[in-house]
Design a protein around this ligand. Structure first.
Ligand SMILES: Cc1cc2nc3c(=O)[nH]c(=O)nc-3n(C[C@H](O)[C@H](O)[C@H](O)COP(=O)(O)OP(=O)(O)OC[C@H]3O[C@@H](n4cnc5c(N)ncnc54)[C@H](O)[C@@H]3O)c2cc1C
Length: 475
């Protein structure tokens, strides 16, 4: 019996609208969002159903062809594009974009992997519910990708990250079998919780094709403030103060260095500095409540007045309308875009216990300044989760290319400080291709062995997103 070449086999499964090797399409699917990685896949497959995914994966398994699962391709660590020399195909889930069911009484939404995060949020909102995961790429990022990266974002403080939102999963395993774990339960202690294997696995263990997601009551009132503080230590104290004044109503607590704000003001049109006086650090605070009459503005004002008198903060402004609130959030959400326009930088996505954030910022900044005088630190992130984005460059753009060449040495300084503080070198973006070497350095040997054991058990041929999480040749 003649064996079909893989492209003909794939064509017979997904049809002409599900397979392309068009040059422009290949270019956009092979290149990552940051423009840092260029893959060499010759085919992009776009199945429209779970059955098509199963058939594609089985065909690749039999032919020994590796697969890079892809959603919105917004990965920050080169996880969603192939490396070179693997002969991988890209399996893009964007055509699987149906909401399957919504159970309002059970507060669950069931959808396919290619539904964008923004569509899930909007669908939930139409039924007066909240889907709380919120990231600046939500218009493009898709549920399969958001699950596979265990995305965080700005509301983790109150609702948890993506892992906390997933009740059930449907996964095509590396040999093409289907695992139907589409449970809608909040309690289920029947042995190992298999869905956790695939959440945050960066597509290295299987293809997520659908999920059951948790919904929450839609907040009916919201208060937003922009607060100037002298230091990250003051920001952490402010967070503690707010917890004691407003309980768990704090849903957002975002730190930004002046350098981060300045970059947004420079590159993003229509943005304005909310406070006249320049401050070294700012915090964007948001409170929310399910009741429309929660009096959040007054609560926030009282809480901020108290800390102003204690000189824990230096200034603050509370938004008086939805549009003012949106303008404050835009300052935070546009940092990644502004950073992209500013030019290349050495990025870090770290977490430490919240109480150790001040030590991290001080220690890392001092060590970096000693090693690279004049270095510019652009620091922003989710203080409530201990997660900071810590981006480094030289203010003089001419010096930047040579500075980028010392990335390994810079990483060593930053990640060693993180490690000493019992932190993580990747809080929310993942490992991808970017941090494979760093992972080997900082994970304990036994943890790495356990991870490899799982990988080998599920994907013995190493066909699922090879070269990601694990160093090539290291499994
Ligand atoms: C401007 C901007 C802001 C961002 N802000 C945040 C933020 O605040 N917090 C945060 O956590 N991230 C953030 N990100 C990173 C990124 O958006 C998230 O990681 C997002 O979850 C990725 O979703 P995606 O659909 O684009 O996945 P992709 O980038 O396509 O893929 C990401 C990973 O998931 C795998 N994958 C994709 N789909 C599947 C599937 N169906 N089954 C199995 N594996 C799959 C891929 O192989 C890859 O390993 C940001 C990115 C940008 C560009």
């Amino acid at each position: 019996m003649a064996i079909l070449p893989i492209n003909e086999k794939l064509l017979s499964i997904v049809g002409p609208s599900g397979l392309t090797n068009d040059v422009l399409a290949l270019e956009s699917h092979n290149r990552d969002w940051r423009g840092r990685y260029q893959g060499d896949a010759a085919w992009v497959v776009k199945p429209a159903t779970t059955h098509e995914v199963m058939d594609v994966v089985r065909a690749c398994f039999e032919a020994g062809i590796s697969i890079v699962p892809q959603g919105g391709n917004t990965s920050q660590c080169g996880a969603s594009v192939p490396g070179t020399g693997w002969g991988s195909i890209i399996l893009n889930l964007s055509r699987m974009n149906r909401i399957r069911t919504i159970d309002w009484d059970n507060d669950t939404l069931t959808c396919e992997a290619g539904v964008t995060l923004a569509t899930v949020q909007e669908t939930a909102r139409q039924g007066n519910r909240l889907f709380p995961v919120s990231i600046a790429s939500e218009g493009t990022a898709e549920i399969g990708g958001v699950i596979s990266t265990n995305a965080g974002g700005t509301a983790v403080l109150r609702y948890g990250n993506m892992r906390s939102q997933v009740l059930g999963l449907e996964v095509v395993l590396p040999d093409g079998q289907l695992w139907n774990g589409m449970r809608m339960l909040r309690k289920d202690n029947t042995g190992y919780d298999l869905k956790q294997w695939f959440i945050g696995a960066e597509g290295t263990l299987g293809i997520v094709t659908a999920a059951v997601l948790r919904l929450y009551p839609l907040p009916r009132s919201r208060a937003t403030a922009w607060v100037a503080v002298d230091s990250p230590a003051q920001a952490v104290s402010l967070l503690s103060h707010l917890k004691s004044c407003v309980g768990d109503r704090t849903s957002g607590f975002e730190l930004m260095s002046r350098s981060a704000l300045q970059m947004v003001l420079t590159h993003i049109t229509g943005t304005h500095d909310p406070l006249g006086n320049s401050s070294p650090w700012y915090v964007l605070v948001e409170l929310e409540d399910a009741s429309p009459d929660a009096g959040l503005d007054a609560l926030l004002e009282t809480a901020l007045d108290q800390v102003l008198q204690q000189q824990l903060i230096s200034d603050a402004v509370i938004s008086r309308s939805e549009s003012q609130s949106a303008a404050l959030w835009a300052l935070r959400e546009q940092v990644s875009e502004a950073q992209k326009r500013e030019g290349i930088s050495i990025k870090h996505d770290i977490s430490v216990p919240v109480s150790r954030i001040p030590v991290f910022v001080e220690d890392a900044s001092q060590k970096l300044e000693r090693a690279y005088p004049g270095i510019r630190v652009v620091c922003f992130g989710h203080v409530g989760d201990g997660n900071l984005h810590y981006n480094l460059s030289m203010p003089d753009k001419v010096k930047n290319p040579s500075f980028i060449e010392v990335t390994p040495q810079v990483n060593r300084i930053v990640h060693d400080v993180v490690h000493q503080l019992d932190g993580s070198i990747s809080a929310e973006h993942g490992i991808g291709q970017l941090k494979v070497d760093e992972l080997v350095r900082y994970k304990s040997p036994i943890e790495l062995e356990l991870m490899k054991t799982l990988k080998k058990a599920l994907d013995p041929k190493n066909l699922m997103n090879p070269g990601k999480i694990f160093r090539p040749g290291n499994i």
